[in-house]
Ligand binder design. Structure first.
Ligand code: SF4
Length: 305
């Protein structure tokens, strides 16, 4: 199963998720990743799943008549690692006018082939958390061959070539990339990239590393002033997460958790639902205070509060 939702998203409305990467294959291993540690850190682009099957799953969802505001490539790792990304966007464009968004860490934008693949999208949401190599290493723990200045150069070239919207997301981690001097450097880099919007986020979901801690809303508001009028705080700790749309699925997840502590994988395998969709419900249940997390032998468990 590669297509999930549509799931409600504050930025994208009802977003149909398209996951084209095996779970946690990524060019980065971010300390804040809500999917847990990267299992396969790679920069090698390859074909992952059958494009025909993915397109047929998308067609099925479109035919269901549910509201879909965006078709969004996101999911279990870095979507630009999939060699078929451009082809898939092109095929989607032939069957629907619904805009296509790609959430990416932007690490491969220095490659012409990746930029070319993304040109067909309507919206690209890349992330950039660092403007100094040392901070980049601490925050994103990238594949050893990736250099921050080349990545930033790729962002700039992509901006010149891409006619759609770029919403650049910065994930801020307390004591790691939030110093005033670093934020000023980051702003200098972003001024050259010229994104349409800057989205400020912080660690409000359970992170891969416990030491990745969030900033407060007050701190984010001060940082917003540095990035100016195009910037917006998107961290959802100041409001309740949007309630996911299937009450049956929410009940099924809660009842599993009430029976015994379970991991994310236990839930997805047992219910046959995509990990990212389950994460939406878990975040909602955590914010509602119905469940909590605990760690046992390195695995994260969800249990009743
Ligand atoms: S880039 Fe995204 S998927 Fe990859 S480790 Fe970072 S947060 Fe996780």
């Amino acid at each position: 199963m590669n297509v999930y939702g549509p799931v409600p998203s504050r930025r994208l409305g009802y977003s149909l998720g398209v996951d084209i990467i095996s779970f946690k294959e990524c060019t980065f291993d971010c300390i804040y990743c809500q999917l847990g540690p990267t299992t396969q850190k790679t920069i090698r682009r390859k074909k992952y799943f059958s494009s025909k099957e993915i397109l047929s799953e998308i067609k099925e969802k479109l035919a269901s008549g549910q509201r879909i505001d965006y078709i969004t490539f996101s999911g279990s790792g870095e979507p630009s690692l999939n060699l078929n990304l451009g082809k898939l966007i092109g095929e989607i464009k032939k069957i629907t006018n619904i805009p296509v968004a790609v959430l990416s860490n932007g690490s491969l934008l220095s490659r012409k082939s990746v930029r070319k693949d993304l040109l067909a999208a309507d919206l690209v949401v890349p992330s950039l958390d660092a403007a100094a190599q040392e901070t980049f290493a601490k925050t994103n723990r990238a594949h050893s061959s990736l250099k921050l200045d080349e990545i930033i150069g790729g962002f700039e070239r992509f901006r010149q070539e891409f006619k759609g919207s770029i919403w650049l997301e910065i994930m801020l981690v307390k004591g790691v990339n939030d110093s005033l001097s670093h934020l000023r450097r980051l702003k200098e880099a972003i001024v050259k990239i010229k994104p349409d919007k800057i989205h400020l986020n912080t660690v409000v979901r359970p992170p891969a590393e416990k030491f990745a801690r969030p900033l407060s809303l007050n701190e984010l508001e001060k940082i917003k002033k540095i990035f100016g009028k195009n910037s917006e705080i998107i961290a959802e700790f100041d409001r309740k997460a949007q309630k996911p749309s299937s009450e049956n699925l929410e009940k099924a997840i809660l009842s599993m958790i009430q029976r015994r502590p379970v991991t994310l994988s236990d839930i997805t395998i047992s219910l046959g639902v995509h990990k990212n969709e389950v994460i939406k419900y878990l975040n909602f249940l955590l914010e509602e205070g119905n469940i909590r997390t605990s760690t046992h032998k390195g695995l994260e468990y969800y249990e009743p509060r």
